[in-house]
Design a protein. Structure first.
Length: 301
């Protein structure tokens, strides 16, 4: 109901704005026609008309941007609601079964395992929302220490393997260094762990049934670079920059079943910028996989 009301409000102001602009244009054109013989008045009329058109363009672009933002916000609300409601309903069902029936030890332990998995999913969703809120705060101070980035990535890979129940070879890891430079960065451990985990989780989620993810950490004199490459559904070229926006999710039928809030890559970009780095994505197109690169300044300490 609230979403529908907001859309109606936006539509009302669009119609009102267009109506007022149309009236103003008609009056302006009429005024120019009446004063076409007077050079100064005609010139002023043309200038005012140009300003009016420019204002219309700016107003329209603003409204379109707001409509898109509202649509993304609505999608986010729906996604978060689903991400919270589904595991809660699942946990409730298992608890009701345990309460009302005699369940043997084997099934009971299986229920416990599934409930723990659903609890982890709930915690993951809440953490993503909290991290997104922190990412939007400017000027927030984060404790920074010297971090062996290649070791942090290795830890994240092990966690993702466990979380998604993957075989050892599903995530291939390589560390490369030029001139013996160490993959050392100055940063916040929890932030960087979140960024790396989000990239790995995304690669696994969008790989489909056959997970083949290549992870590479490379070091040169100035930067430490993490590349995460999957062989999944890929991303249309025109959407490569948009995927790092808050709430944004690629609109593709093949991705409809993939769960998420549209916050993961936004959080990665915010963390990268906070550490003086950058993140970008590359893809040859749909069905051809995606490579996401996170680049951070190397610590010389």
């Amino acid at each position: 109901m609230q979403i529908s009301s907001r859309r109606k409000t936006i539509a009302f102001f669009i119609v009102l704005g267009v109506g007022l602009v149309a009236l103003a244009v008609a009056l302006n054109v009429g005024w120019i026609i009446l004063n076409w013989r007077e050079g100064v008045m005609l010139f002023l009329g043309v200038i005012l008309f140009a300003v009016l058109i420019a204002g219309l363009i700016v107003n329209t672009s603003f409204l379109v941007r707001e409509i898109r933002r509202n649509e993304q916000h609505d999608s986010f609300i729906n996604a978060v609601t689903h991400e919270l409601k589904t595991p809660i309903a699942s946990i409730r069902l298992y608890l009701e079964t345990l309460q009302s029936r005699d369940v043997d030890d084997k099934r009971r332990h299986e229920f416990y395992r599934l409930m723990l998995s659903d609890t982890d999913r709930l915690l993951g969703t809440v953490e993503q929302v909290l991290k997104a809120g922190q990412a939007a705060q400017r000027g927030a101070k984060h404790q920074r220490v010297q971090i062996a980035f290649d070791e942090l990535v290795r830890e994240c890979i092990d966690l993702v393997r466990t979380r998604h129940h993957l075989e050892q070879n599903a995530l291939q890891y390589e560390v490369a260094s030029s001139n013996g430079n160490r993959a050392q960065v100055l940063g916040n451990v929890e932030d960087l762990r979140t960024a790396v985990s989000n990239l790995l989780d995304n690669a696994v989620k969008y790989s489909g049934s056959q997970v083949e993810v290549a992870v590479r950490v490379a070091t040169d004199d100035k930067n430490v670079t993490l590349q995460v490459r999957d062989r999944g559904v890929g991303i249309p070229p025109e959407e490569l920059k948009r995927i790092f926006r808050r709430f944004y999710r690629v609109s593709h039928r093949a991705l409809a079943h993939v769960k998420g809030t549209g916050l993961g890559l936004f959080i990665v970009r915010s963390i990268a910028r906070r550490h003086g780095g950058k993140v970008f994505a590359e893809s040859a197109g749909e069905g051809k996989g995606t490579t996401v690169t996170l680049e951070l300044p190397r610590s010389l300490a």
